[in-house]
Ligand binder design. Sequence first.
Ligand code: GDP
Ligand code: MN
Length: 397
Amino acid sequence: MNIHEYQAKALLRQYGAPVSDGRVVTKAEEAKTAAGELEGPLWVVKAQIHAGGRGKGSFKEASAGEKGGVRLAKSVEEAADETAKMLGRTLVTHQTGPAGKQVNRIYIEDGSGIDRELYLALLVDRVTSRISFVVSTEGGMDIEEVAANTPEKILSFSVDPATGIQGFHGRRVAFALGLEGKQVKQCVALINTLYQIFVEKDAEMLEINPLIVTDEGDLKCLDCKMGFDGNAIYRHADIAALRDETEEDPKELAASKFDLNYIALDGEIGCMVNGAGLAMATMDIIKLYGAEPANFLDVGGGATKEKVTEAFKIITSDQNVKGILVNIFGGIMRCDVIAEGVIAAVKEVGLEVPLVVRLEGTNVEKGKEIINNSGLSVIAADDLSDAAEKIVKAVKG
Ligand code: GDP
Ligand code: MN
């Protein structure tokens, strides 16, 4: 689960990490008061969306020469003006995809004078099973680009969970960033704090790009992106409260409400499968036969008829879906329950694309009978490859 910059900064502030003062607004009328509460003489007006690259992004239907989603203002009036200009519009960045994201909130921040822009991130390294730091002097840029063109400018190390974060970690970062004097002490404190937040809140990713050295020579977190482990949200009510459902794929949101493991993808074949392994195998075999899956969907072992119905509705609500493959191996799951769910869903929402069903396992005969007697035009398949071949053929001709 991801959160907005202003929410991440509030968390940083709570733990004592250096961030600027700021106010979030959702209406243009609130902007003047909000900006007026900040010191000035520089204000930064920042679109809040769950995507990076806002500064270099551009709004849809932008006027000639119009700036992106991060704008500097020299007065309260100018800050309010820029807020009004951005609210409600769609911002496209290299991370949003071409559809972009609607800007519903603006963060107005006290502007900083920048001496240097640096890069700092914490993430879970799945290879070492540890929390890793990624550090670079090349801040404010795409770290992927730095990694591709000048990998020597990136320092990366992981922290041994048995010892936790130590002073030398912070000093190592400070040295790599070329920090001096009081900045070294600030860096050690910041590294300790970020590690503490990361562990305590079950974060998955915490990126500060840029971390800056201000004109006064102090470290400050100028931007912050943060994501949390969805499986650990249940034990952090404060983090769960930060969820912004308008930022999420509506299909994935609906799926999460019914406890379905669903991930939207770009292909044309909708899949309904039980078990994550079988779902992965189903996606692979669809690709093998020359098409692309529209989603990953594991309905789980103990799915009810209602859950299957919801799953089917979510699949058919995807405009990209040109055919559906139901692939069930009934172990704990019973084939007749799946069959009933599919039929109930089709009765409710209709079926405008070809549907291939492969059932195997517990109550398979009963399941097939239900489908055969339903009057639905279902293409029956015998095994996994037969099913994949049939759905790809039905879609591609
Ligand atoms: P992003 O484009 O989504 O990554 O948004 P950032 O918050 O990183 O802002 C983009 C860029 O705007 C930064 O790299 C800075 O160069 C600039 N910027 C952001 N805040 C300030 C500020 O307080 N003062 C100045 N001078 N520039 C800023
Ligand atoms: Mn940034």
